[in-house]
Design a protein around this ligand. Structure first.
Ligand code: UDP
Length: 331
C-alpha cells in the first residue's frame, strides 16, 4: 500500500511513517519543514520526502492520486502560534485542510484527519466522549483559534463524507515521546526536560493542579494506523490517548525523580509564560472505549516508562556541554 502523510516531517508524522514502513508499505511524506525527524529513513527506497506545501495544489493532487491512504497531519500546532500568529493557524488548518480533503475526494482516497483534544476546549465534564460539547471562550481570545480551526476541519471532513469520501477523525491527547520538540520550547514536556537537564527551576504554571493525559507516541501510532486500516472506523471520531490523568505538578515531580540535577519546582503565573491572550484548560481526559473497542488498541506505556525514554532522547540530542579549558586539570 502507498500512504501519504502530510505533515510527516513532524513528531507524530515521522513516527507514523516508521509504523507504515515497518509494515512494508511505501510512504510519501509531504511537509514544508526539514527532513531531520525522518533522516533514518531517507535511504529507504520505500520512503519519499517531498518538501512542499499543501497549498501547492498540483503537487498535492499528484501525490494523492498515486497513494491509497491519506493522513492529513499538516497543521500549525503549538500554543506559541495560537497567540502570536492566529492568521497562520487559521489559514493552514482550515484552507490547507480543505485542499487536502478536496484532492482526496477528487481521487476517492480514504483520509484520516488529525484533530485534537483542544476541540473540547474548557468543557469541565471529563472524561470527554467523542460527541461531547465543545466549550470555547471569546473569539477575542486568540488561544481558541486553534481549537476552532481544527473543528472547522472536522466539519469539512464530515461534509466531504456526505459527498461519499471515506473519512476518519482522530483527536490526540497530549502525545509525547522522542522527537517531540526541541528542548526548552513547545510543549510542557520539552520545556520541563530542558529545565531539568540544565538544572534550572521547573516552571509549573499556576498551582499545577491542571491535568492532562500524557500518551506515549508508540501507543498513539498504533491507534492512528488502525484508524486508517480498519473499515469500521470510517465516518467515526476517535479520542486517541490514555485515560490516566496526571496533574502538571505530578509531572514536574516525576521529572525531578528522573535525574538529580538540582532542579527545584517554581510556581509561575500563567501570564508570565503566555501573556494575557491565553486561557489554560483545567482538566483534559478522554473516554477511550471507542479506541479500545473499534480500533483494538490500548495505550499500555506507563508514564514513568515513557517519560524516561523521552528524557533519554532529549539528553542524546542536547548540545554537548562546553568544557572549559583546564577544567579537568588538577582534580
Ligand atoms: N505548563 C507548565 N509549565 C510550562 C509550560 C506549560 O506548567 O513551562 C502547563 C500549561 O499551563 C498546561 C500544561 O502544562 O496546563 C500543558 O501545556 P502544553 O503547552 O504542553 O499543552 P496543552 O495540553 O495545554 O495543549
Amino acid at each position: 500500500m502507498k500512504v501519504l502523510i502530510t505533515g510527516g516531517g513532524g513528531f507524530l508524522g515521522s513516527h507514523l511513517a516508521d509504523g507504515f514502513l515497518a509494515r512494508g508499505d511505501e510512504v510519501y511524506v509531504l511537509d514544508i519543514g526539514s527532513d531531520q525527524k525522518n533522516r533514518h529513513n531517507l535511504k529507504n527506497p520505500k520512503f519519499h520526502y517531498v518538501q512542499n506545501s499543501v497549498f501547492d495544489i498540483e503537487m498535492l493532487e499528484n501525490l494523492v492520486r498515486r497513494c491509497d491512504l491519506i493522513y492529513h497531519l499538516a497543521a500549525v500546532v503549538g500554543v506559541e502560534h495560537y497567540v502570536a500568529d492566529p492568521y497562520h493557524v487559521l489559514n493552514v488548518n482550515v484552507n490547507g485542510t480543505q485542499n487536502v480533503l478536496r484532492a482526496a475526494h477528487r481521487y476517492d482516497k480514504k483520509i484520516v484527519l488529525a484533530s485534537t483534544s483542544e476541540v473540547y476546549g474548557r468543557n469541565e465534564n471529563v472524561p470527554f466522549d467523542e460527541h461531547d460539547d465543545r466549550v470555547l471562550g471569546s473569539t477575542a481570545i486568540d488561544r481558541w483559534c486553534y481549537s476552532t480551526s481544527k473543528a472547522v476541519g472536522e466539519h469539512f471532513a464530515f461534509a466531504y463524507g456526505r459527498l461519499g469520501l471515506p473519512v476518519v477523525i482522530v483527536r490526540y491527547f497530549n502525545i509525547y515521546g522522542p522527537r517531540l520538540d526541541a528542548l526548552d520550547v513547545g510543549r510542557v514536556i520539552s520545556i520541563f526536560a530542558g529545565q531539568l537537564l540544565s538544572g534550572k527551576p521547573i516552571t509549573v504554571v499556576g498551582d499545577g493542579q491542571q491535568t492532562r493525559c500524557f500518551t506515549y507516541i508508540t501507543d498513539a501510532v498504533k491507534a492512528t494506523m488502525a484508524a486508517g486500516l480498519i473499515d469500521e472506523a470510517v465516518g467515526g471520531i476517535f479520542n486517541i490517548g490514555t485515560d490516566r490523568e496526571t496533574t502538571i505538578l505530578e509531572l514536574a515531580e516525576l521529572f525531578q525523580g528522573l535525574r538529580a540535577t538540582g532542579s527545584r519546582i517554581e510556581f509561575v503565573p500563567q501570564e508570565s509564560i503566555y501573556g494575557n491572550s491565553y486561557e489554560d484548560v483545567p482538566r483534559r481526559v478522554p473516554k477511550v472505549n471507542r479506541m479500545h473497542e473499534i480500533l483494538g488498541v490500548k495505550a499500555t506505556t506507563s508514564l514513568e516508562d515513557g517519560m524516561s525514554k523521552t528524557l533519554d532522547w532529549f539528553e542524546l540530542i542536547r548540545p554537548a556541554k562546553v568544557v572549559e579549558a583546564g577544567a579537568e586539570i588538577g582534580g
